[in-house]
Every structure is written in C-alpha cells, then in structure tokens.
Design a protein around this ligand. Structure first.
Ligand code: A2P
Length: 276
C-alpha cells in the first residue's frame, strides 16, 4: 500500500475509502473495502455512519492498527468543550480508543463575528487530543487560505492535513499551493466529481487511451498532483478498481490537458457561503 508521511511522521495510505452519503449497507461496503485491501477509511460525525463503520471494523479480521481511520468534528460542535465531547462520542461509536486523523469538518465562516477565535478554540481541543495520544494526527477540512492563515497565526501545532474538494475541473490551486508551502498534506474529497465527471469527453478519451476507467484516471490525476485521494463507492467492483490501479503514468501533455479543463463538476459548496 502506497503511503505518504505527514509532517509529524505519521504514515497515511494515499488511497482511502470516502464514505459521505454511504448510509445503507455500510457494514457490507466497509467489509468489501477491507477485504479488497483498503487500509484507510474516511468518515465524519455528519455522515451518520460511524457506528456501522465501527461494527464493520470490529467484525473484520483486521487489526485496528492496520487501518487508518479518520473522522471529523461537525459544525454544531465548534468550540473547545464541544469538540472534546464530540470526539469522545465518536470513539464510542467507532468502538476504538483512538483515531488516526481528526479534522475540523468546515471552518467557521469569515462573515461570523469572532470566526477566528471560534476556529482557534476548536483547534485547541484538537491539539490537546493529539498531545494526549488519542489522535495520531490532526487537521482541517474545507479550509481556504484565509482560514488557514488565521489558524496558523494562532495555533501551537500546525494542521497536518487539509481535506478539500479536488477533481479535474475543480483544482483549487490557490489553497493547494498554500498547503504545499506549509507542509500540509492535501486530501481530495469528491475526486471523481461525485460521479459528475464520468461522461466528460476529454476524460473518456484519455481513459480509453490509458486503458483505464474515468474514475481511475481521476484518482491517478490526484495522486500525480501529490494529493491523498478518497474515492467513494458502494459498488464492489468499483471499490476494488479504485484501489488497485494498473501501473500507468499520465504523461505531462495529458496532465496539462486535464489541468486546463474548463471548470466543471463543482459541488457548489463554498466553505465561506454554505448554510450549514
Ligand atoms: P458507485 O457507488 O456506484 O461506484 P466521488 O468519489 O467523487 O464522490 O464519486 C463517487 C461517485 O462515483 C459514486 O456515484 C460512485 O458510484 C461513482 N464511482 C466511484 N468509483 C467508480 C468507478 N470505478 N467507476 C464508475 N463509477 C464510480
């Protein structure tokens, strides 16, 4: 399994199973993924599937230490005390005594009074959980440069990861570059544009050229950009194919073609404008 090393030395498998909107047959999907060789599962309180994921991991023949497990603090639990409480509830649902990576799911919006203090207060709880060893690495999700800049000024421990929407047609270059400059690893959610890219003509042509699927092309594109990638699927064949990519490299010319695609497939979720 290919891994990246976070700034604190924690190893993270470069392909993980995204589980947003997987709320039915969760245990079966996780079992399929674990048996297919996934060692990295990404969940969140907001996905409503922590309990089922916990059951699936327990029921599997895998050692807990061989699975990289991420969860995220939801927006209604911002602030030091609430973050700590939420985290301990996650541990119970996940039936574990630690998580590998804990993220703040969305930044407090810059239009909110005291947004910087709110993000910093949530972050303080993550730092404490990290220092206590209950969390092996800490990070954020959907943080743009403005949110990161603010947090970096106030934190004692820097975020190790930022998980953002990233796929052909939505590259978020400004925040990706900023993260690279600050040794923050970037994780791609919705790497296949939540399925919206599957029929894109250029991607279909390139997939045909490399004898792979559009989904595999999108996953490889994220990997070649240096990201950790979290494709989501409930289909057993797709789950396997998304992890076991044939050995191939998208050449520079084709990487440029994908990079220069028109904006497409965006979820429409602007972290500073969402209403949740
Ligand atoms: P399915 O669950 O039927 O596989 P994203 O990871 O960008 O959120 O995209 C998830 C969507 O892409 C899901 O609808 C999923 O459907 C689909 N998908 C995931 N992997 C593949 C694949 N290898 N081939 C085709 N569709 C895929």
């Amino acid at each position: 399994m290919s891994t990246k090393t976070l700034i604190n030395g924690t190893k993270i498998p470069t392909i993980g199973l995204g589980t947003w909107r997987i709320t039915e047959n969760v245990e079966q999907t996780i079992d399929t993924a674990l048996q297919a060789g996934y060692e990295h599962i990404d969940t969140a309180v907001a996905y409503g599937n922590e309990e089922a994921i916990g059951r699936a991991i327990k029921a599997s023949n895998k050692n807990r230490k061989d699975i990289f497990l991420t969860t995220k603090i939801w927006n209604t639990d911002r602030g030091y005390e609430k973050v700590l409480k939420s985290f301990h509830e996650s541990l119970e649902r996940l039936q574990t005594d630690y998580v590998d990576l804990l993220l703040l799911h969305w930044p407090e919006k810059t239009s909110t009074e005291n947004w910087e203090a709110i993000n910093a207060s949530s972050w303080k709880a993550l730092e404490e959980l990290y220092l206590s060893g209950k969390v092996k690495a800490i990070g954020v999700s959907n943080f743009m440069v403005v949110h990161l800049n603010s947090l970096l000024k106030k934190c004692s421990i820097k975020p190790m990861v930022n998980q953002i929407e990233f796929h052909p047609g939505y590259l978020q270059e400004e925040v990706v570059t900023f993260c690279k400059e600050h040794s923050i690893e970037v994780e791609a959610w919705s790497p296949i544009g939540s399925g919206r890219l599957l029929q894109h003509p250029l991607l279909k042509d390139l997939a045909q050229k490399y004898h792979i699927s559009v989904a595999q092309l999108c996953i490889q594109f994220a990997l070649q950009n240096g990201l950790i990638v979290l494709p989501k699927s409930t289909n057993p064949t797709n789950i396997k194919n998304n992890l076991h990519l044939p050995k191939f490299i998208i050449d520079d010319h084709d990487m440029a073609l994908i990079k220069n695609m028109e904006e497409t497939g965006w979820s429409g979720l602007d972290p500073d404008k969402v209403d949740f």
